[in-house]
Design a binder for this molecule. Structure first.
Ligand SMILES: [Zn+2]
Length: 439
């Protein structure tokens, strides 16, 4: 930027700080901030005003000033300058007392965020005001960052103009569903809605409807939450632009509301069945990530781990009993349960799968009552683990479920478990041979 362009800005600064600093010096500083430190013009001006401005007044700008787009959920103390886009007030009941709060949207040149003022300041701000805010805190609400102004928060109206970003938060980046990671702030995805269900949750202003489900493309699938009725239906192929990515329990999710741009996509797109079938994951790839939702794997049960078979749970808290005792509730009459904790290998890696009672009954073709009867016959509950080993070891299975990863590696809670059909079985047998050979 050359001197000519900066001239009106220098004028503005001179007007604000008076003639105690030579114009030449201000001009030099401004150039330096812009050319060397790469500050944008507004930030550069604010920095100079802070440096040379009236020091008897509390500096408007504090050192850790953030742009709205940089603010993450869960920050305890954030400072920023923003322009009030909307301001509304409402009465709420907090701890049995009625109080008024303000809420609305605030923006800067990087984006917009919603805010809530829990203690209304004496001097209320209005729409269009530019305010400097210190010690606000941020939370996640409906999958978006929300600013909160509490009793510690300082709000000050300042005489400054701010240009608002044209597009809220950031320009959505087109992304393949399987490649979405935590760097993706706002994305544009195209996929088929493979499932969707309505849920009622309780919000600040009473119950509200949200919609959750799975959307898939040929690279993967991801859980989504629509915080409002975006009229999506199962099997729709849509392009959703402006969804934000948030991690929940280590898995990425998409969040959006009516503000997202949703368009129906015409033309060829794989059907739901083939989208789901084409997505057999390699266990190796699960090891790297933070986990994955609704994963399908084909593998062979290589080990039935301790804790498999007939187990007894506390009737109160469902914890597994150790020698008839619950860690919390002491001696209790246990409720019988059946499960497999199995190590599944697909040739690329191994994971621990937890297979629940219903699925286990199906796999071993025995009900839990039959297991109990059998165990009583031989007077050994551990004998059921032997039956599991007999019937399941080296068996090729297809498992589907959510995978989490911790220091012991990936673990899947199976939502379905099926023996593989003959075609795939022969593939799996080859796999077993390969595994044995590699030992
Ligand atoms: Zn208990």
């Amino acid at each position: 930027m050359d001197k000519e362009d900066l001239s009106p800005h220098v004028d503005e600064i001179m007007e604000a700080i008076g003639d105690k600093v030579p114009r030449e010096k201000i001009s030099e500083e401004l150039e330096r901030y812009i050319d060397v430190f790469r500050l944008n013009i507004q930030t550069a001006k604010r920095t100079i005003l802070k440096k040379f401005g009236d020091l008897t007044e509390e500096p408007v700008i504090s050192a850790n000033l953030k742009k709205l787009s940089e603010i993450q959920p869960g920050e305890m103390s954030v400072n920023f300058v923003g322009k009030i886009i909307t301001v509304n007030d409402k009465e709420i009941e907090a701890r049995g007392e009625k109080k008024r709060i303000l809420y609305g949207l605030i923006g800067d040149d990087t984006g917009t965020l919603s805010y809530t003022v829990w203690d209304i300041p004496e001097k209320r701000f209005d729409r269009g005001d530019v305010i400097s805010v210190r010690n606000a805190y941020s939370k996640e609400y409906n999958g978006r960052v929300q600013l909160n102004f509490g009793s510690r928060t300082g709000i000050k109206e300042i005489d400054e103009e701010i240009e608002l970003a044209d597009i809220p938060i950031s320009t959505p980046k087109p992304a393949k569903i399987g490649e979405i990671d935590d760097d993706a702030r706002s994305v544009e995805v195209t996929g088929r809605i493979v499932s969707i269900e309505k849920k009622i949750i309780s919000g600040d202003s009473g119950p509200r409807e949200i919609f959750t489900g799975l959307i898939a493309d040929e690279t993967g699938r991801i859980r989504f939450t629509s915080w409002g009725d975006t009229r999506l239906k199962e099997d729709d192929v849509v392009c959703i632009s402006g969804a934000s990515v948030r991690f929940w329990r280590g898995m990425p999710q998409l969040n959006f509301d009516e503000r997202a741009e949703i368009t129906r996509v015409k033309g060829d797109f794989p059907d739901a069945k083939s989208l789901m079938e084409s997505q057999i994951a390699e266990i190796f790839s699960l090891n790297e990530g933070a986990g994955a939702i609704d994963v399908t794997i084909n593998g062979v049960i290589m080990q039935i781990r301790e804790g498999s078979g007939l187990i007894f749970r506390c009737p109160e808290c469902k914890r597994v009993l150790q020698k008839g005792s619950c860690r919390i509730h002491g001696k209790v009459d246990g409720v019988a349960d059946l499960r497999v904790k199995g190590v599944i290998d697909d040739g690329t890696g191994a994971l621990t799968a937890i297979i629940n009672r219903d699925l286990t009954e199906e796999l071993i073709d025995m009900t839990i009552d039959e297991c109990i009867e059998k165990a009583r016959e031989v007077m050994d509950y551990d004998s059921i683990k032997d039956i599991l080993e007999d019937r399941l070891l080296a068996q090729p299975l297809q498992l589907r479920g959510n995978v989490t990863v911790d220091e012991y590696g990936p673990m899947m809670i199976a939502q379905s478990a099926d023996r593989l059909d003959p075609d795939i079985k022969s593939e799996a047998e080859k796999l077993v041979i390969r595994l044995e050979e590699s030992e």
